[in-house]
Design a protein around this ligand. Structure first.
Ligand code: AHR
Length: 327
């Protein structure tokens, strides 16, 4: 009789724990999804660029196609909003958390909270700096150093026979963000091959068109001769293009523009001769993210780093591929 009562009490307490959402989380939380459906909490940076819009759509479409219950949160560019979103995903006991970090540092505490709750984390698009062990399963995204290097290599070739100094200005992405840090490094490494290539000014335009325009206006006022802009994304390049035109100069000719992303608007500017070169950063990460999430939740091994391949385009190549671009 005592045994039966103990068993009944044990069953009741399991039921209570499950109802409270505080039970064990094998391969993730209890899900918050219906009928065994995988639930993913995704914290997005914001909507700062054409790239980001395409990335969000790719993730939402891929989740729907893969039957993943997606809880999507837009951080509006604020790290504290991302931390709150991740904490809320932990409380909701989703099966897996994915996020694209606004900046590289400051994630240790929240990543440990997810780890201690047994909820796996996948980094998408951008990396974090952390001393903590095993706080994420994999990082899916492009090689940003390589993107900067490819942009710089094109500049080196373009100005190989320049007789004198070439004045370059750089529009950096969000301060502290992984792509801003790494593209700057790759670009600097590459242009070091030619001492004539000088970065005379470099400032953040926050990966936005308005930011790029504002910073470029200031650069044009302060520097009588600018030969080339390296914009760390298309949106800032498009803002710079507007500023150059407003100053009575011709973008693509008087001032060359090299950018990263290859979004539709950037590629249109390239095909129109207003940009000179674009290194692609592919935002269509959704399908790969859903595959990785399913594996991680099933306890299958995944590589710690998944690098997405990128192309690069000059003006003729842009005109040729533009009609079939997906973003
Ligand atoms: O992290 C990817 C970068 O973030 C893209 O290059 C930029 O457009 C975006 O905002």
């Amino acid at each position: 009789m005592i045994g039966i009562l103990k068993a009944a009490a044990a069953i009741a307490s399991v039921g209570l724990l499950a109802a409270c959402g505080s039970g064990p989380a094998p391969g993730g939380g209890s899900g918050g999804g219906d009928g065994g459906q995988l639930t993913m909490g995704f914290s997005q940076v914001g909507a700062e660029s054409g790239w980001r819009t395409a990335n969000t759509k790719s993730i939402q479409d891929a989740a729907a196609a893969a039957g993943v219950n997606l809880k999507f949160s837009d951080a509006g560019g604020e790290q504290e909003n991302q931390i709150s979103a991740i904490r809320s995903f932990v409380q909701q006991r989703v099966n897996v958390i994915a996020f694209s970090p606004v900046v590289r540092t400051g994630w240790d505490a929240v990543l440990l909270e997810a780890k201690n709750a047994g909820i796996p984390v996948i980094l998408t698009d951008r990396a974090v700096d952390t001393q903590e062990k095993d706080v994420y399963k994999t990082f899916l995204g492009a090689d940003f150093v390589e993107e900067g290097r490819r942009a710089g290599d094109w500049v080196v070739k373009q100005y190989a026979s320049a007789p004198g100094p070439v004045n370059i200005v750089q529009l950096e992405g969000t301060t502290g963000a992984d792509p801003a840090i790494e593209r700057k490094t790759g670009f600097a490494d590459a242009i070091a091959a030619n001492p004539n290539l000088r970065v005379i000014a470099s400032q953040s335009g926050d990966f936005t068109r308005s930011g790029g325009k504002q910073v470029m206006e200031a650069f044009l006022k302060a520097n009588p001769k600018i030969d080339l802009v390296f914009a760390q994304n298309d949106d800032m390049g498009l803002g710079a293009m507007e500023a150059i035109e407003a100053a009575g100069l011709t973008p693509g000719k008087d001032v060359q523009i090299v950018a990263v992303d290859a979004t539709h608007d950037g590629m249109q500017a390239l095909a129109d001769g207003k940009f000179n070169y674009i290194v692609e950063c592919n935002p269509l990460l959704g399908p790969q993210l859903m595959d990785l999430a399913k594996k991680v939740v099933a306890g299958e091994p995944v590589p710690p780093r998944v690098v997405t391949p990128d192309e690069a385009f000059d003006q003729q190549q842009a005109a040729a591929v533009l009609p079939d671009r997906k973003y």
